[in-house]
Design a binder for this molecule. Structure first.
Ligand code: NAP
Length: 285
């Protein structure tokens, strides 16, 4: 029998999108303007095509000017940089997202560096990463931002809690740790070289798992009553999607847990819309 509270990311994301849509409708009524989100996809990667289509659709549904630029796989780095320069210079563009991964002949670091930090709604530009590390306002990567919003649904205050983030990627682990630190948690970042990971996880009131390995975090590692945010999205050979946490074991120990699918995943796109609205307001303030 499940004991943990299930954190319904699908419902929270739908609420967030509704709030964003209402705010955009009010802005439009007052000024005639709406935020513009431009997503750039290079190549034919099937998963990326699905992600881009869903970002495009949900941005339009929220009332944004939503544009997807689908470029052929053989697009050169120079041509992609020229496209970004065009979007950076276009005042009607508030948010730019380049869907990753890019084809191997393109240096994704150079591409991210070329996005105007004020329009970097994925929050990956070094200026935004630096602002986050310095505790200053900037655009924050969508998945960690969504994870924090889910945590706040079940924990009235994060202050003083022990948080363990498993994974140190620029996309998820590092920014998640920075956000937890800003919320006054005592933060540990674990990674592939961490010694005795089960013991490290066992002291956590909050566990954020961003590893990319199915069922990696075992129920026995989790402190009873802890809040578990499972960022992982892993496809098993039978096609089933599972997280990085062994859900069946963890749900019997944790106080609250996100399911996969239906947990952090839907929050990522909702936070992309939120970042686009934030960028729009900051640029026009
Ligand atoms: P990543 O860049 O591959 O990073 C994985 C991290 O896990 C690395 O820091 C790695 O440590 C650590 N790790 C690997 N094996 C480990 C082990 N045995 N013990 C402890 N740590 C270990 O992955 P990512 O981009 O952060 O993504 C992580 C997961 O989240 C993936 O399943 C991805 O699909 C999912 N994801 C979901 C969303 C969403 O919207 N829900 C968004 C983004 C990503 P080292 O640094 O030492 O190698």
């Amino acid at each position: 029998m499940p004991q943990a509270t299930l954190i319904d990311g699908k419902a929270v994301a739908a609420e967030l999108r509704d709030e964003i849509a209402a705010e955009i409708a009010a802005i439009k009524a007052a000024s005639g303007r709406v935020p513009g989100l431009h997503v750039v996809l290079v190549g034919e990667d099937p998963a990326s095509r699905v992600y881009v289509a869903s970002k495009e659709k949900l941005a339009a549904a929220a009332g944004m000017n939503s544009v997807a630029h689908r470029l052929p796989a053989e697009t050169s780095e120079a041509d992609l940089l020229a496209k970004l320069a065009e979007l950076n210079a276009d005042d009607a563009v508030d948010g730019i997202l380049v869907q990753l991964p890019l084809p191997k002949h393109i240096d994704s670091g150079r591409i991210i560096d070329a996005i105007d930090p004020a329009k970097d709604v994925d929050g990956l530009h070094p200026i935004n990463a630096g602002k986050l590390a310095a505790g200053k306002n900037g655009l924050v990567p969508c998945t960690p931002l969504g994870s924090m919003l889910l945590l706040k649904r079940v924990l009235p205050s994060l202050s003083g809690l022990e948080a363990v983030v498993i994974g140190r990627s620029e996309l998820v682990g590092r920014p998640a740790a920075q956000l937890l630190l800003q919320a006054d948690c005592t933060v540990t970042i674990a990674h592939s070289r961490t010694k005795d990971l089960p013991a490290v996880v066992r002291r956590a009131d909050i566990v954020i798992a961003a590893v990319g390995r199915p069922h990696f975090v075992k129920g026995a590692w989790i402190k009873p009553g802890a809040t578990v945010i499972d960022v992982g999205i892993n496809r098993l050979p039978d096609g089933k999607l599972v997280g990085d946490v062994d859900f069946t074991e963890a749900v019997a120990v944790a106080g609250a847990i996100t399911p996969v699918p239906g947990g952090v995943g839907p929050m990522t796109i909702a936070c992309l819309l939120r970042n686009t609205l934030t960028a729009f307001k900051a640029r026009r303030a």
